[in-house]
Design a protein around this ligand. Structure first.
Ligand code: ZN
Length: 163
């Protein structure tokens, strides 16, 4: 089955459970390719969990419906409900799946985290809101523990997965 997970790798320092603050309205920015003909697009698409489009000629819907300009196939990508998982400091600097999707003829090959992230202090559970990852890194200072808080060393990949 054509399931993919988005796996990301971060180095988290004094922050845990990095995840979109609003998973239902978060904009997942992807670059996608057609798996029928290999056509890739350099532009970013964003996909939102609570916004679906109708699939022409079917009763179904998907988060991304796109007709490939090269091979003319209508391809779809659907994010799976409740598949958003926080990045945990327990497996820091290792790839962890944070999203699962059903890809029919179209697959992402790059991910840009952008903005709208949150995390929390590993010991205190105190929230960090409005984390901006446009630069793919972020830093702050935790007054309570008097130490730096950092997110850096971003990498991403996509893995085939079971349902
Ligand atoms: Zn194509």
């Amino acid at each position: 089955m054509p399931f993919l997970t988005l796996d990301v790798k971060w180095n988290l320092v004094n922050i845990d459970k990095l995840t979109p603050a609003e998973p239902d309205s978060f904009r997942w920015h992807f670059k996608v390719k057609c798996t029928n003909c290999g056509e890739t697009k350099d532009s970013w698409h964003y996909i939102i969990m609570n916004e679906q489009m109708e699939v022409p000629g079917s009763r179904g819907s998907a988060h991304l419906v796109e007709k490939c300009k090269l091979c003319q196939r209508v391809n779809t990508l659907t994010l799976l409900d409740d598949s958003v998982k926080p990045y945990s400091i327990e497996k820091n600097e290792q790839f962890q799946p944070i999203l699962k999707m059903d890809c029919r003829g179209i697959e992402p090959f790059d991910f840009d985290p952008r903005t709208g992230w949150r995390g929390e202090g590993p010991e205190s559970g105190a929230p960090f809101e409005d984390i901006d990852l446009n630069e793919k890194e972020w830093s702050d200072y935790d007054e309570k523990i008097q130490e730096a808080v950092e997110i850096n060393s971003f990498e991403c990949r996509f893995s085939h997965a079971r349902a």
